[in-house]
Design a protein around this ligand. Sequence first.
Ligand code: ADP
Ligand code: MG
Length: 288
Amino acid sequence: MTDTDQRARRTGSLEVKDLVKDFRVRSGMRSSKFRAVDHVSFTLEPGKTVALVGESGSGKSTVARMIAKLEKPTSGEILLDGEPSAARGVALMRYRNDVQMVFQDPFASLNPFHTVGHHLERPIKIHHRASGRDAVEAEIERLLERVNLNPPREMADRRPHELSGGQRQRVASARALAPGARFLIADEPVSMLDVSIRLGLLNMFARLQREENLGVLYITHDLATARHFSDEILVMYRGQVVERGPSDRVILDPQHAYTKTLLAAAPNPENHGKLREEVRAELARENA
Ligand code: ADP
Ligand code: MG
């Protein structure tokens, strides 16, 4: 890779163009087509967060799974640094380095038989981030420190059942960072966690995003945190993006009827001020 390529790589974007996903659904003898994602387009830029909001079943996870290459689009394109992302081989491997996913369920995402250290060692070795036992161990500790799992050496020896849900999501985040990810797809990363620890985790994502200049897709049904933690909000309804814009604009001046309904169903926007206070308090704790 030349210097110019490297520079382009660091400033390049992840672009989703006209993504469509049809599922075949069977009922009895009949099979029909169901469009879960309907011509969705957006761009993730380094250092920016895009929130994808919408009620359950609107197609958010299907978008995430297509970006993570766990699901094949029916049509449409995913472009990384302007190039169509490859389906196989070395190019797919490179894509997987760059685009990482954090899932909703912290209990399902880690292997119960492996230590935390083992979970991180694999991507570090596969993606050649470090070699030799000492260097790999140092890298594991560095990653655990980045996600505030302290003391790192002790945490590395733990198994998933010895961790809380929040700590597991921190491990999952460290694992996502291990290959040197540039884009993070976080599918409702805190919705299964205790309310009391959600902000701490979201603040951690925000810090990592700043420090690593990550482009983040934050999938959530929580409008308050979507507003607080993202630059742009896309509102998804029945597979389509029905509204998009700068976060404050979408929340304070919604245009689409569905966005208005979502906002009406959400906790009082007065709480947004309160959220800001809580985030500040959490940040102080996180950085203490
Ligand atoms: P969300 O994450 O917004 O809750 P999903 O993307 O999980 O929504 O699902 C969108 C729609 O697609 C839902 O109606 C869901 O039942 C359907 N769906 C998701 N995966 C499959 C699948 N593998 N086969 C058939 N239908 C699916
Ligand atoms: Mg989902």
